[in-house]
Design a protein around this ligand. Structure first.
Ligand SMILES: [Zn+2]
Length: 105
């Protein structure tokens, strides 16, 4: 997958979820969200990914990946998230970003 390929309506319905990594990322997002909302303590649920920063000006999300122990940057390119770190639009970080976008919008 090349960065910048225009895509539309990638989260219009479930059939648009293209692979397990995206689904996994969305699951990681709901883990993070349940801790954020206080439904679970962070010690009760092991967070794989967590949202560190939303850069509205540059349409960027900074996500911390606990599995790789590094910060990941995802850019929202014309409404579609693209992972800068993995150079793809279908990794778990992109799935996480899709969840974040739902909340922002
Ligand atoms: Zn990634």
């Amino acid at each position: 997958m090349s960065i910048g390929a225009p895509k539309t309506q990638i989260y219009s319905n479930d059939s648009d979820i293209r692979n397990n990594l995206l689904e996994e990322g969305m699951k990681y997002y709901s883990h993070w969200l349940s801790v954020e909302e206080g439904s679970f303590n962070e010690s009760d649920i092991k967070l794989e990914l967590l949202l560190k920063e939303v850069d509205y000006e540059n349409n960027k999300l900074r996500i911390h990946d606990n599995l790789q122990n590094q910060d990941i940057e995802v850019i929202i390119n014309n409404g579609s998230p693209v992972c800068i770190t993995c150079k793809t639009d279908d990794c778990s970080h992109v799935g996480f970003a899709i969840g974040v976008q739902f909340k922002i919008n």
